[in-house]
Design a protein around this ligand. Structure first.
Ligand SMILES: Cc1cc2nc3c(=O)[nH]c(=O)nc-3n(C[C@H](O)[C@H](O)[C@H](O)COP(=O)(O)OP(=O)(O)OC[C@H]3O[C@@H](n4cnc5c(N)ncnc54)[C@H](O)[C@@H]3O)c2cc1C
Length: 214
């Protein structure tokens, strides 16, 4: 498999090495030309036409960790597609190992704590559907196919409502803010990087939510 490194070099990874890595994955893996590759590399902005070296549709955190570990060991360029809505196509890079999160769309709502935990492949509509079951709403957006991962990592178009509106918005709808942010590391597996205690997003003086707050 030929792939790009972080500093842009083209390298060749031996077949048996790649095969061994792939046996440790549970999600499907696509190389250029294989069925599924094209669908996985499709972004909302269809003008973006980049070709990752290999695409993994992760089925869980363990797959993510395996991919990060493999990329780190071989200095590979890594990219991640959440909902694929970033207009500049930041989710995809030529020659990269690409993680397609679209199979990880679980949402767990704690109606009493008003906390929603959602996986990194969720779209806004996935979260809305589960929170609305409990008469709750998440402050996310209005186009239901937008990915929540890229959005909560700081690419929000819409400022959060002013702090006094929380936890109920001005229409009296109870609000769920999606709070936890998890990072996968090869050493420690999954690790929560945000406190578990409930927090609400506060707008900055510019009126926008602070970056990284979810
Ligand atoms: C039609 C449309 C409607 C929109 N509506 C809204 C809206 O209502 N509200 C709003 O706030 N914004 C909206 N946006 C903007 C949107 O928030 C951003 O485009 C955001 O990047 C989309 O997130 P995504 O997961 O789909 O992005 P992607 O394109 O998948 O990813 C964007 C960036 O985040 C990175 N990323 C994704 N997942 C992860 C992860 N798990 N870990 C680390 N990095 C990751 C990617 O690598 C990439 O750099 C809209 C955009 C479009 C095109």
């Amino acid at each position: 498999m030929s792939a790009k490194t972080l500093d842009g070099r083209e390298i060749e990874l031996k077949g048996d090495l790649v095969d061994r890595w792939q046996t440790r994955l549970r999600g499907p893996v696509f190389s250029p030309g294989e069925e599924g590759y094209r669908a996985s590399r499709t972004l909302w902005n269809a003008m973006i036409d980049r070709r990752p070296a290999v695409i993994v549709r992760c089925l869980g955190t363990a797959d993510v960790v395996e991919c990060v570990r493999f990329a780190r060991e071989h200095d590979l360029l890594l990219c991640i597609k959440g909902g694929g809505h970033n207009i500049a196509g930041l989710a995809m890079a030529d020659g990269a190992l690409m993680l397609d999160m679209s199979l990880m769309r679980g949402v767990w709502v704690d109606p009493h704590g008003r906390i929603a935990h959602a996986q990194a492949g969720c779209e806004i509509g996935d979260v809305d559907r589960e929170t609305q079951l409990h008469g709750l709403a998440a402050v996310l957006g209005f186009v239901s196919t937008t990915g929540i991962a890229g959005l909560t990592l700081g690419m929000m178009m819409r400022p959060a409502p002013p702090a006094p509106c929380l936890p109920e918005d001005r229409h009296g709808t109870p609000v769920v803010m999606v709070l936890a942010c998890h990072s996968g590391t090869p050493e420690a597996g999954e690790k929560a990087v945000a406190p578990n205690a409930p927090r609400t997003t506060r707008p900055t003086s510019s009126g926008h939510a602070p970056r990284g707050t979810t």
